[in-house]
Write a protein that binds this ligand. Structure first.
Ligand code: AMP
Length: 110
C-alpha cells in the first residue's frame, strides 16, 4: 500500500486542505514552494500512464479543484506538475498532482 493510500485511509496524518468522495488534497511534507499541495484521486491509479478512459471524469474533477484550491490559497500564478515514472522523479506510485505557488519558477524545470 502506498503512503498516499494510508493518508486516504487516515492511517497516517496529513494536513488536508480539501476532500470529497473522489479526491483528496493535502500539504506536501517537504514543500518546494511556499504553497505545495498534493492533489490525488482516491482511486489508486499508479500514475498518468496508468489512467484509463473511465478516469477522465474524476481527473477533470480533480483539475477543476486544483484551480479552486489555488484560488483559495490566494494564488494567481502557479505550477501544476505530475511526475510519471521514477525517471521523471516519481517516488510515490499513486497518481498525484503537485500544486506549487508563492514564488517564481524557472523554465525549463530541472
Ligand atoms: P513525487 O516525487 O512526484 O512522487 O512526489 C511525492 C511527494 O510526496 C514528494 O513531494 C514528497 O515530499 C511527498 N510526500 C511523501 N510522503 C508524504 C506524506 N506523508 N505527507 C505529505 N507528502 C508526502
Amino acid at each position: 500500500m502506498t503512503i498516499f493510500q494510508k493518508i486516504i485511509n487516515r492511517e497516517i496524518p496529513a494536513s488536508i486542505v480539501y476532500e470529497d468522495d473522489l479526491i483528496l488534497a493535502f500539504r506536501d511534507i517537504q514543500p518546494q514552494a511556499p504553497v505545495h499541495i498534493l492533489v490525488i484521486p482516491k482511486k489508486p491509479i499508479t500514475n498518468l500512464a496508468a489512467m484509463s478512459e473511465q478516469d477522465c471524469a474524476v481527473l477533470g474533477h480533480l483539475m477543476f479543484h486544483i484551480s479552486q484550491i489555488a484560488q483559495a490559497e490566494g494564488l494567481t500564478d502557479y505550477r501544476v506538475v505530475t511526475n510519471n515514472g521514477a525517471g521523471a522523479g516519481q517516488s510515490v506510485f499513486h497518481l498525484h498532482f503537485h500544486l506549487l505557488g508563492g514564488r517564481a519558477f524557472g523554465w525549463p524545470p530541472g
